[in-house]
Design a protein around this ligand. Structure first.
Ligand code: HEM
Length: 404
């Protein structure tokens, strides 16, 4: 299976060792073999390379866990101090994502047991460039997201100067890696908010549909698929951006609370009409398979639209917003119950695109008007970040931003 390497492969094949990088050399793997626990069926998660043309954690299939941390740059901080932190983060992220762990990490075993597809992705918010005196490096389109009509924003989850997205298939690995990076930032940056999310754990079920959200819907079907020209054109910044952002991307982070108690009151038919897709397999209401193309003109016998006029997919599709597209790579969050006893849960909606003015912003403006889903959701957090291009060999994160 792609993304997995059998332990035996790691232990016996040089190719496996190279692909698995430091995973093959970990004490944990050796221990498993020594104790005779390694079998053909047992696998260790692969590592995701930290360096490349693009940052990892964007085209990477969503991991089971995500830690999203927004940090602020205190007034008076120098670009040199932030550049030094980016060098530290680069060293730490490379060591952790490879599975070696940082030599100085007192709990290195957590990572050395297998990096679980750990990725670290970094971005910068609008005010970052003001505070550091780097305004000429701020890309056009990087501005605070305006408040939309149905938003119920809580300042606890809004804005931020620096974004850290740490993903892994293991919750312990994600939590530890995020803590290491935040600890390294102490003295340079302050933590503004910290959000945790989850998606389907790979290999935990036989379900081969796109992952589901907490409303039970298959979510992510109409996304551009990584590896296609459409994905590359949609996601990676290139034209008209400063050199440090070439090969990077903008991410809109929205913490969207779901009113699950009200949602659960709906019949299945009502729920499906809110989205315009069937709930079981995610097929459009005009089709039978998840990947069927929705027929927006199809009518019922009584002349009404099969996919209702206020259905989410009718309003969110590119055709409804001047061709605007994004790549959605969201995670669920669940904080139990709110003080009023209702569910405090929802979606950490992450929309990636080359230009938010041709992606998230026009689509959000469109769905704000008349989307039935607005009755069951509200954004409580909101932020926009520009994430630098990939880290080349010998480079550190966002190096071109600091060295010109
Ligand atoms: C909690 C809030 C939301 C939920 C539960 C939700 C759920 C869904 C579901 C189930 C689909 C259909 C399957 C798919 O193609 O992924 C979908 C499609 C989509 N959603 Fe959302 N969504 C939410 C918020 C948003 C927001 C805020 C935006 C953008 C501003 C958005 C943009 C899209 C787009 C672009 C599509 C694909 C439309 C198409 O081309 O068919 N969604 N969403």
């Amino acid at each position: 299976m792609a993304g997995e390497i059998s332990r035996r492969g790691l232990l016996t094949g040089m190719g496996g060792l190279v692909v698995g990088g430091a995973v093959g050399a970990t004490a944990a793997t050796a221990l498993a073999a020594d104790s005779g626990r390694a079998t053909d069926a047992s696998t260790v998660p692969a590592s995701v390379p930290f360096r490349g043309a693009h940052q990892a954690g964007i085209a990477t299939p969503a991991q089971a866990r995500v830690e999203l941390v927004a940090l602020d740059v205190p007034q008076g901080t120098t670009p040199a101090a932030v550049a030094a932190l980016m060098q530290q983060w680069t060293t730490a992220a490379e060591a952790m994502t490879s599975g070696d762990g940082e030599p100085a990490d007192p709990s290195r075993e957590i990572i050395a047991s297998g990096p679980a597809r750990l990725t670290v992705t970094v971005g910068f918010g609008p005010a970052f460039f003001d505070t550091l005196g780097l305004v000429d490096q701020r890309p056009e389109g990087l501005a605070d997201i305006p408040a939309f009509t149905h938003d119920q924003l809580d300042p606890r989850w809004v804005g931020g100067d620096v974004l850290l997205q740490v993903g892994a298939d293991d919750a312990l690995v994600a939590a530890h890696a995020a803590r290491r990076l935040v600890t390294a930032a102490a003295g340079t940056l302050t933590t503004r908010w910290w959000q945790r999310g989850f998606s389907r754990t790979p290999r935990s079920t036989d379900d081969t549909t796109t992952p589901r959200n907490l409303m039970g819907q298959v979510d992510g079907t109409a996304n551009p698929q990584p590896g296609t020209d459409l994905f590359d054109d949609t996601v990676w910044a290139g034209e008209g951006v400063p050199p440090w952002l070439v090969g990077g991307s903008f991410v809109a982070v929205r913490r969207i609370r779901m009113f699950l108690d009200a949602w659960d009151e709906l019949t299945l038919d009502q729920q499906e009409r809110v989205i315009g897709r069937d709930k079981a397999v995610g097929a459009p209401l005009t089709g039978t398979a998840e990947t069927d193309t929705p027929d927006m003109g199809a009518q019922n016998d009584n002349g009404s639209l099969v996919i209702p006029a206020d259905a989410h997919i009718r309003l969110a599709r590119p055709e409804a917003a001047q061709g605007a597209r994004m790549f959605r790579r969201g995670f669920s969050y669940d904080d139990g119950t709110a003080p009023d006893g209702t569910a405090d849960a929802g979606l950490l909606f992450l929309a990636w695109q080359a230009d938010p003015r041709k992606g998230f912003l026009p689509v959000q403006a469109r769905v704000t008007m008349g989307d039935r889903l607005n009755a069951f959701t509200a954004a409580v957090g909101s932020a926009l970040f520009a994430c630098p291009g990939g880290v080349g060999e010998g480079e550190y994160l966002a190096q071109r931003l600091f060295t010109g």
